[in-house]
Design a protein. Structure first.
Length: 155
Protein backbone atom coordinates (compact mmCIF):
# COMPACT_ATOMS: atom_id res chain seq x y z
CA UNK A 1 0.00 0.00 0.00
CA UNK A 2 1.22 3.47 -0.90
CA UNK A 3 0.46 5.43 2.30
CA UNK A 4 0.52 8.87 0.63
CA UNK A 5 -1.93 7.81 -2.10
CA UNK A 6 -4.15 6.16 0.48
CA UNK A 7 -4.20 9.32 2.63
CA UNK A 8 -5.11 11.42 -0.42
CA UNK A 9 -7.93 9.01 -1.20
CA UNK A 10 -9.37 9.02 2.32
CA UNK A 11 -9.07 12.82 2.57
CA UNK A 12 -11.24 13.11 -0.55
CA UNK A 13 -14.24 11.71 1.37
CA UNK A 14 -16.90 14.34 2.12
CA UNK A 15 -18.91 14.75 5.30
CA UNK A 16 -21.59 16.98 6.75
CA UNK A 17 -20.63 19.42 9.51
CA UNK A 18 -22.31 19.14 12.90
CA UNK A 19 -22.17 20.51 16.40
CA UNK A 20 -22.54 17.84 19.05
CA UNK A 21 -23.94 19.20 22.31
CA UNK A 22 -24.54 17.62 25.70
CA UNK A 23 -25.42 18.52 29.26
CA UNK A 24 -24.49 17.14 32.68
CA UNK A 25 -26.31 18.85 35.52
CA UNK A 26 -25.88 22.57 34.83
CA UNK A 27 -22.76 22.08 32.69
CA UNK A 28 -23.06 22.14 28.91
CA UNK A 29 -20.50 21.23 26.30
CA UNK A 30 -20.24 21.43 22.53
CA UNK A 31 -17.86 20.35 19.80
CA UNK A 32 -17.72 20.30 16.01
CA UNK A 33 -17.87 16.85 14.43
CA UNK A 34 -18.00 15.45 10.92
CA UNK A 35 -18.24 11.68 11.47
CA UNK A 36 -22.01 11.33 11.89
CA UNK A 37 -24.35 8.84 10.20
CA UNK A 38 -27.77 7.23 10.49
CA UNK A 39 -27.44 3.50 11.16
CA UNK A 40 -31.05 2.37 11.67
CA UNK A 41 -34.50 3.50 10.57
CA UNK A 42 -36.55 1.51 13.11
CA UNK A 43 -35.73 2.38 15.79
CA UNK A 44 -34.13 5.59 14.54
CA UNK A 45 -30.45 5.40 15.51
CA UNK A 46 -27.33 7.39 14.66
CA UNK A 47 -23.61 6.99 15.24
CA UNK A 48 -20.96 9.63 15.91
CA UNK A 49 -17.19 9.28 15.91
CA UNK A 50 -15.58 11.47 18.58
CA UNK A 51 -12.14 11.89 20.07
CA UNK A 52 -11.80 10.31 23.55
CA UNK A 53 -9.84 13.31 24.89
CA UNK A 54 -12.73 15.70 24.32
CA UNK A 55 -14.55 17.14 27.33
CA UNK A 56 -17.77 16.83 25.29
CA UNK A 57 -17.18 13.12 24.67
CA UNK A 58 -16.54 12.43 28.35
CA UNK A 59 -19.59 14.45 29.40
CA UNK A 60 -21.75 12.64 26.81
CA UNK A 61 -20.70 9.23 28.06
CA UNK A 62 -21.45 10.24 31.66
CA UNK A 63 -24.80 11.95 31.04
CA UNK A 64 -25.87 9.47 28.31
CA UNK A 65 -27.46 12.28 26.24
CA UNK A 66 -26.46 14.38 23.23
CA UNK A 67 -27.84 16.37 20.32
CA UNK A 68 -26.61 16.56 16.75
CA UNK A 69 -27.02 20.05 15.27
CA UNK A 70 -26.69 20.26 11.47
CA UNK A 71 -24.68 23.32 10.39
CA UNK A 72 -25.23 25.50 7.34
CA UNK A 73 -22.57 26.59 4.87
CA UNK A 74 -22.76 30.11 6.35
CA UNK A 75 -21.83 28.76 9.79
CA UNK A 76 -18.19 27.98 8.97
CA UNK A 77 -16.89 30.39 11.62
CA UNK A 78 -19.05 28.72 14.27
CA UNK A 79 -17.83 25.28 13.20
CA UNK A 80 -14.18 26.33 13.43
CA UNK A 81 -14.71 28.17 16.76
CA UNK A 82 -16.41 25.19 18.41
CA UNK A 83 -13.74 22.90 17.02
CA UNK A 84 -10.83 24.83 18.54
CA UNK A 85 -11.44 25.71 22.19
CA UNK A 86 -12.17 23.05 24.76
CA UNK A 87 -15.31 23.22 26.88
CA UNK A 88 -13.20 22.81 30.01
CA UNK A 89 -11.53 26.17 29.20
CA UNK A 90 -14.64 28.16 28.38
CA UNK A 91 -18.39 27.84 27.88
CA UNK A 92 -18.34 27.69 24.10
CA UNK A 93 -22.09 28.28 23.83
CA UNK A 94 -22.11 31.75 25.46
CA UNK A 95 -23.76 34.15 23.02
CA UNK A 96 -25.15 31.37 20.82
CA UNK A 97 -28.97 31.13 20.87
CA UNK A 98 -29.97 27.70 22.22
CA UNK A 99 -32.99 25.92 23.57
CA UNK A 100 -33.51 22.43 24.91
CA UNK A 101 -35.46 19.45 23.69
CA UNK A 102 -36.42 16.16 25.34
CA UNK A 103 -33.04 15.17 26.81
CA UNK A 104 -32.00 18.65 27.92
CA UNK A 105 -29.06 18.81 25.51
CA UNK A 106 -28.61 22.29 24.00
CA UNK A 107 -30.16 22.77 20.56
CA UNK A 108 -28.63 25.51 18.37
CA UNK A 109 -31.57 27.68 17.27
CA UNK A 110 -29.80 28.77 14.07
CA UNK A 111 -28.85 25.26 12.90
CA UNK A 112 -30.56 23.59 9.96
CA UNK A 113 -31.93 20.73 12.03
CA UNK A 114 -31.28 18.73 15.17
CA UNK A 115 -31.55 15.20 16.46
CA UNK A 116 -31.88 14.80 20.22
CA UNK A 117 -30.46 11.44 21.34
CA UNK A 118 -29.81 9.07 24.19
CA UNK A 119 -26.55 7.10 24.22
CA UNK A 120 -27.24 3.39 23.81
CA UNK A 121 -23.70 2.09 23.33
CA UNK A 122 -20.12 3.13 22.69
CA UNK A 123 -16.88 1.45 21.75
CA UNK A 124 -13.28 2.58 21.28
CA UNK A 125 -12.40 1.99 17.63
CA UNK A 126 -8.88 3.01 16.63
CA UNK A 127 -8.26 6.62 17.60
CA UNK A 128 -11.91 7.49 18.37
CA UNK A 129 -15.02 6.44 20.26
CA UNK A 130 -17.93 5.31 18.14
CA UNK A 131 -21.04 6.32 20.04
CA UNK A 132 -24.48 5.05 19.04
CA UNK A 133 -27.56 6.99 20.00
CA UNK A 134 -31.28 6.46 19.74
CA UNK A 135 -33.09 9.51 18.38
CA UNK A 136 -35.84 10.64 20.76
CA UNK A 137 -36.76 13.84 18.91
CA UNK A 138 -35.72 15.84 15.89
CA UNK A 139 -36.83 18.78 13.82
CA UNK A 140 -35.90 20.95 10.84
CA UNK A 141 -35.39 24.53 12.03
CA UNK A 142 -34.15 26.39 8.95
CA UNK A 143 -33.96 25.91 5.19
CA UNK A 144 -30.24 26.56 4.62
CA UNK A 145 -27.66 24.81 2.45
CA UNK A 146 -25.70 22.31 4.62
CA UNK A 147 -21.99 22.76 5.22
CA UNK A 148 -19.66 20.13 3.74
CA UNK A 149 -16.27 19.06 5.08
CA UNK A 150 -13.50 17.75 2.81
CA UNK A 151 -9.73 17.60 3.21
CA UNK A 152 -9.67 19.79 6.31
CA UNK A 153 -11.88 22.53 4.88
CA UNK A 154 -15.53 23.50 5.31
CA UNK A 155 -17.51 24.54 2.24
Amino acid sequence: MNLEDTKKAIYSLTYGVYVITTKRGEEVSAMTAVWVAQVSKEPMQVVVGLTPESCTTRMMLESRIFAINVLAREQQELAYALGRATSSETDKLIGIPTRTAVTGSPILCDSIAYLDCRVISHKKVGSHFVIMGEVVEGSVLNDYVPAVYRNGKIF
